[in-house]
Design a protein around this ligand. Sequence first.
Ligand SMILES: *[C@@H]1O[C@H](CO)[C@@H](O)[C@H](O)[C@H]1NC(C)=O
Length: 182
Amino acid sequence: MQFKFAILAAFVSAAVATTCQLQNLGALTVVAASQSGGQTRWDRFTVDSGAVHKGDIGWFVNNQPNGNEIFTAETFGRRTDLFIFRLSSTHNEIGVSGTGAGSRLLESPSGNSIGIFKVDCGTCFPSPMGNDLAADNCKFELTDGLNDLNQCVVFSSDAVVELQPCNDSNPAQNLAIFSVAL
Ligand SMILES: *[C@@H]1O[C@H](CO)[C@@H](O)[C@H](O)[C@H]1NC(C)=O
């Protein structure tokens, strides 16, 4: 009985934390699954506007996966479950303004404070063709390259892509990844 329970527990935890091979996507876009029918995705702000600064990564509604800025992913170090992201247009990395709650994602031309994220997904869709769903039920958790920092990427209504303490029951932290036709 105890043995069966252990197998079930292992199965369940494997099911909620799959590493998708994001590095194999030619380009991708990251979508807030809970917003606007899944059409709210990462973009880069090109002008300063109120609390938003030029270069900040923001949430922007666009029903086309390639309608906003698009990104690429690379694995970090020898870990296959950690990723850094780059803007396809400039090849600059996505950085983080800090490691605490309320820190935001931004373009990092200097390569300082690169965001290293552990990306766990519920489902990976192998070999997406064109503008297709590549992964869903994903959680992006900031790490220092070694340890999880318990800060997750969240959709927030003030438009900037922010970090907040990880919370699996918060739909605003439920992200999807689309491949982008180049
Ligand atoms: C986690 O998210 C849920 C749903 O938004 C919320 O009700 C709950 O208070 C959050 N938990 C914490 C610890 O913030």
